[in-house]
Design a binder for this molecule. Structure first.
Ligand code: BEZ
Length: 212
C-alpha cells in the first residue's frame, strides 16, 4: 500500500487488460490519462459508469486523454461483462479494462479502502498529466456512481491552468471567465491577458478565458 499524492509520478505497471497486456507509461505515451477503478464486474452502478465512459470517449480524445478502467476481476469476466454493458447501455466499450486479480495495481494506487470493503476497489479516479504526474485524485464509495461531466470539466481546468497563469473559480465551465493567478503582478497583466481584466479586489482579478 502506498499513499499517492498530487504531483507524484503515477506508478508504472504492466497488467493484463481486455485489450491485451499494457505497460502503463508506454501505453500513455504523450497523452494525459485517466485511471479509474470500480468495485466489481456485473454490478449495476459500474455497468452504467462504463457505458457512460464509452459514450464520452470522443470528448476524452479531443482533450488528448486516454482512459483505462480497473477492477479486481479477471479478463474473462471483463469480456463477458462488456457484452452486457454494450447491450444494456447501447454502446461499445472502447477502452481497456485492467484485470487486477492479484491487486498489484490497486495496492500501488491505494484503491482498496479496508474500512469500506476489504477486498473490492472503491471508485477511485486518477487524472495523470502528459508529464506522468498525478493531477487529480477523487474517491467515491461503491454506492455512488461518478459524474463524468465533472471529470471533463476538471480536465478542461487542469489543461487550461497547466499552460496559462490562471485558476478556475467555483463551478467554472469551459468558456467562462477565469481568475488571474496571485503570482502574476498587475504590471504583467496587459501582456499576459490582452483581452483585459477586472479587479474585483486586489487578490481577485478576473479575465476572459485566454485559450479561446
Ligand atoms: C454497483 O456497481 O452497482 C455496486 C458495486 C458494489 C457495491 C454496490 C454497488
Amino acid at each position: 500500500m502506498s499513499t499517492l499524492r498530487l504531483g507524484d509520478i503515477a506508478p508504472d505497471f504492466t497488467a493484463q487488460t481486455t485489450e491485451g497486456e499494457i505497460n502503463f507509461h508506454e501505453w500513455l505515451g504523450d497523452s494525459w490519462g485517466i485511471l479509474f477503478s470500480h468495485p466489481s464486474d456485473y454490478t449495476p452502478v459500474c455497468t452504467t459508469e462504463l457505458g457512460t465512459v464509452a459514450k464520452y470517449k470522443e470528448e476524452f480524445n479531443k482533450r488528448n486523454v486516454k482512459i483505462a478502467a480497473l477492477s479486481v476481476d479477471g479478463v474473462e469476466s471483463h469480456h463477458g461483462w462488456i457484452k452486457d454493458i454494450n447491450e444494456t447501455q447501447n454502446t461499445t466499450v472502447n477502452f481497456p479494462i485492467i484485470a487486477d486479480e492479484d491487486k498489484k495495481v490497486s495496492d500501488l494506487y491505494d484503491m482498496i479502502h479496508p474500512n469500506a470493503d476489504n477486498t473490492l476497489t472503491v471508485r477511485s479516479v486518477f487524472v495523470i498529466g502528459a508529464d506522468k504526474k498525478v493531477k487529480l485524485i477523487i474517491v467515491y464509495p461503491a454506492s455512488t456512481g461518478r459524474n463524468f461531466d465533472e471529470l471533463l470539466r476538471v480536465i478542461d481546468s487542469l489543461q487550461l491552468t497547466a499552460y496559462h497563469k490562471v485558476a478556475t473559480p467555483a463551478n467554472w465551465k469551459n468558456g467562462e471567465d477565469v481568475v488571474i493567478s496571485p503570482a502574476v503582478s498587475n504590471e504583467e497583466i496587459p501582456t499576459l491577458f490582452p483581452k483585459g481584466h477586472k479587479e474585483v479586489k486586489p487578490y481577485l482579478r478576473v479575465t476572459p478565458q485566454p485559450n479561446i
